[in-house]
Design a protein around this ligand. Structure first.
Ligand SMILES: NC(=O)c1ccc[n+]([C@@H]2O[C@H](COP(=O)([O-])OP(=O)(O)OC[C@H]3O[C@@H](n4cnc5c(N)ncnc54)[C@H](O)[C@@H]3O)[C@@H](O)[C@H]2O)c1
Ligand SMILES: [Zn+2]
Ligand SMILES: [Zn+2]
Length: 375
């Protein structure tokens, strides 16, 4: 919808702060580690938006970049750069051609920048763009006081649509929550029995979304008891530590006779997918978000003879997933509370090393860095 009240003429092309310096957490050279350094703040091009970052989430990608392992080396284009892609902030400048985003808007950011011209982009399937580039991986990201992204990548939390209900913490979760929503709603789940493997932040959020969206039974697996407790708080009916309990037992406890209808694989673990396959009803559908770190075998005979569907999931649908997230969060205080509780630590950016350590060890849930204070 156009926003005539926020037309470009109201605000004029403006790039305040051009030439300013800022603090950013940067990969300054190939190799392990990140450094908090002073660098020039990024400036807006004509179709860009400049955001003062308030919170940035730490995710698995950032841990790879911090460690500078082989996956980081193959993902990232050039060093130095600023990582970070899960963020919330306030718009402080817009380019001359930007009409729909206004200075002062509170926003989250879609980190996948698509080409706009490949077959899928032109068909409106932007999450399947063949030339996706990622904020905080192939261009400067949001572990910084300011980040610049194209206006189409900005998700404005509209005041008239309940923006005040979206805290900075919730706003910074829109990227991983979008992964959870995209995965959970890929197949119909109303009245269905849902198995989620992996109770990390995204698996927990998937449990909350599945509950909100009308699943019957939700079973969640992990190997970390504190994460299973968090999944139970998100609304799961059964949580299972698969280091010593089999999923079959959850079926029996829940009174299920035939197997799960929908599987959400959110751990990236070979054994999790295999055990999921063994516990699906015939005709069951599996959405796979977890990224395996190696190739592995599964029981393809079971996939074939039980007519299972396996569907990979990448990112978020642009921007239907975003619309669903905003609508569900602003209309349900229960969902808001469940999603918000996946954040266990909000840490001043200057103390980033502690935040990365909590995220690396998995001792908490989602870890956010706070960029709003003195750094
Ligand atoms: N496809 C995408 O676009 C996309 C986007 C973001 C994240 N991801 C992937 O989604 C997954 C979840 O992300 P997250 O941030 O919640 O990560 P996470 O690492 O915090 O969560 C993974 C969880 O799986 C658990 N686990 C380990 N072994 C298990 C097993 N055998 N069975 C069940 N659970 C087991 C871990 O203890 C952990 O809690 C990761 O694999 C991540 O790489 C994919
Ligand atoms: Zn992420
Ligand atoms: Zn494209």
């Amino acid at each position: 919808m156009s926003r005539p009240d926020r037309a470009r003429t109201d605000q004029g092309p403006s790039v305040p702060g051009a030439g300013d310096m800022m603090t950013a957490l940067r990969k300054t050279e190939p190799g392990p580690g990140l450094s908090l350094v002073r660098v020039p703040a990024p400036e807006c091009g004509p179709w860009d938006v400049k955001v003062r970052v308030l919170r940035t989430g730490i995710c698995g990608t950032d841990l790879h970049i911090m460690a500078w392992d082989s996956s980081a080396e193959s993902m990232c284009d050039a060093v130095p750069f600023t990582p970070g892609h899960e963020f919330y902030g306030e718009v402080v400048a817009v380019g001359a051609e930007v009409c729909d985003v206004q200075i002062g808007d509170r926003v989250s950011g879609e980190g996948h920048i698509v080409c706009g011209t490949c077959r899928n982009c032109r068909a409106g399937r932007r999450h399947m763009c063949i030339r996706t580039r990622s904020v905080g991986v192939q261009r400067d990201g949001a572990f910084a006081q300011y980040v610049v992204i194209p206006q189409v990548n900005v998700w404005v939390h509209e005041p008239e649509a309940g923006a005040e209900l979206i805290s900075p913490e919730l706003g910074a979760l829109f990227d991983p929550l979008g992964n959870a929503v995209h995965t959970t709603l890929k197949f119909p789940i109303v009245g269905e029995d849902v198995l989620i493997t992996g109770a990390g932040p995204i698996g927990q959020m998937a449990a909350a979304v599945a509950r909100h969206a009308g699943a019957r039974y939700i079973a969640v697996t992990d190997v970390a008891p504190h994460r299973l407790e968090m999944a139970a708080e998100c609304g799961a009916d059964a949580v299972l530590d698969v280091s010593d309990t089999r999923i079959r037992r959850a079926q029996a406890e829940l009174g299920m006779r035939e197997g799960f209808d929908v599987g959400l694989e959110i751990s990236g673990q070979a054994s999790a997918l295999q055990e999921m396959i063994e516990n699906m009803n015939h005709g069951g559908r599996i959405a796979l978000l977890g990224l395996p770190t190696r190739s592995f075998e599964i029981d393809w005979t079971a996939v074939v003879t039980r007519m299972l569907t396996l569907q990979g999931i990448y990112g978020r649908e642009m921007y239907e997933t975003w619309n669903a997230m905003s609508a569900m969060l602003t209309s349900s205080s229960t969902l808001r509370a469940r999603v918000a509780r996946t954040v266990t630590d909000v840490i001043p950016a200057a103390d980033y090393a502690r935040g990365f350590e909590i995220a690396r060890t998995g001792s908490g849930g989602k870890v956010l860095l706070d960029w709003s204070g003195e750094i």
